[in-house]
Ligand binder design. Structure first.
Ligand code: PRP
Ligand code: URA
Length: 215
């Protein structure tokens, strides 16, 4: 992973497997079935790295040979919170790593004219304050949806938050990093810029439509 400018909370992946899978996702010829699988796989690969700082403890285990102390993840509970719709596509890839995680949901959509986010749903595990929270959304464009979703999670008591996306635009990445400097941000690939319609260039189009086949 590499950093970005002077931001200490931005982590950009450079692993060849993640880059290869993102390139397949960008291709407009990639159909819904394959696209969904790729989102799932990238979420697992990103999650593996993003969870590298999970606290651990030594526990005593009886092997068939002898008793030993061995490493396990220490008590911290996890919540995965996808931003609907597209963030849903990353949930099963993270559950592969942490099957006991609880899953919350935040519904946001971007107004097509203003590009401003609007929240329409919020249901989080209760209490959320004790959990490490992973917010997922494949696309970080203007950053409005991610900033508002994390505002909402904090208003519900969330404290320990990570945000994971697949593609980010510089504009949204800086906005999120500045609005929530306490949130660690994981990015599969940093793209060039936003276009006039606030789509990421070169991007991969509308992630929700490509995951759910709704175009
Ligand atoms: C997309 C995407 C993000 C948001 C990013 O969702 O999944 O949530 O746009 O844009 P922003 O950074 O400028 O806020 P969209 O609003 O299209 O809803 P959908 O997932 O239901 O398609
Ligand atoms: N949302 C998407 O799905 N794609 C973009 O490029 C921007 C916002």
């Amino acid at each position: 992973m590499v950093g970005y400018k002077n931001y200490t909370n931005i982590h950009i992946f450079d692993h060849p497997l993640i880059q290869h899978k993102i390139s397949l996702m960008r291709d407009k010829a990639t159909g819904t079935n394959e696209f969904r699988k790729l989102v799932d796989e990238v979420a697992t690969l990103e999650g593996y790295e993003a969870l590298a700082d999970l606290p651990t403890e030594e526990v005593q285990v009886e092997t068939p040979i002898e008793s030993c102390y061995t490493t396990m993840i220490a008590g911290r509970k996890l919540a995965i919170v996808p931003i609907l719709r597209a963030g849903l596509g990353m949930v099963s890839g993270l559950l592969t790593l942490v099957p006991t995680a609880k899953v919350g949901h935040i519904g946001m959509y971007r107004d097509e004219e203003t590009h401003e986010p609007h929240e329409y749903y919020c249901k989080l595990p209760n209490p959320i304050s004790e959990r490490l929270i992973i917010v997922t959304d494949p696309m970080l464009a203007t950053g409005g949806s991610a900033v508002d979703a994390i505002n909402q999670i904090k208003a519900h008591g969330g404290v320990n938050i990570k945000f994971m996306c697949i593609i980010a635009a510089p504009e949204g990445l800086e906005r999120l990093a500045e609005a929530h400097p306490d949130v660690q941000i994981y990015v599969g690939h940093l793209d060039r810029e936003l276009n006039a319609a606030a789509y990421i260039c070169p991007g991969l189009g509308d992630a929700g439509d490509r995951i759910f086949g709704t175009k």
